[in-house]
Write a protein that binds this ligand. Sequence first.
Ligand code: ADP
Length: 190
Amino acid sequence: MLNLVLFGPPGAGKGTQSAKLIEKYNLVHISTGDLFRMHIKEDTELGKRVKQILADGLLVPDSVTIDMLEEEVKKNPQANGFIFDGFPRTVAQAEALDVFLTKNGEKINGVVQLDVTEEEIKNRIAERKKISGRADDDEDKLLKRIDEYFSKTIHVLPYYEKQGKVASVNGIGEIDNIFNGICAAIDAVK
Ligand code: ADP
């Protein structure tokens, strides 16, 4: 199995690159943000619970997020591997993921960090807002999400650095060039 974490701030291009990666490496893409949005759209119990949290740009509690993630992995027993996008976002989530994978005789093979400046992120999300209509792409919500990233999520990196698993890839430039950089990083850990 090939299990990858795609790591980077909001608007780093994780979704775009994941779509290309799952095709090339035949992996299952799990985006916790997409899953939460699906629950909200379908108005499930979980959706009702997290709706306001997402609208505010805050992180959903770890236990809720971890349960949902594990459930999603279990739905794909035949998978070649997974791309985790938007997860883990806290050290507690990273630890829980390791425990879960180890139990199943699996592990995270590599973590690709998409390196993007804060200025670039803000420009991109302003553009995305015009198309996506995502409520959390508004200026103040975006600032909150960036804040959550730099206050909580960034600490996930040293967790994986200690395991020697992080590869940084420049996330600015042509989508295909960035993709090639990511593939080179993945091929080195495969
Ligand atoms: P982006 O990376 O563009 O901010 P995502 O689609 O990854 O957006 O996530 C959207 C929202 O979903 C987050 O702002 C947060 O509220 C929630 N969320 C997604 N993944 C997690 C996670 N791993 N832990 C906690 N909350 C999460």
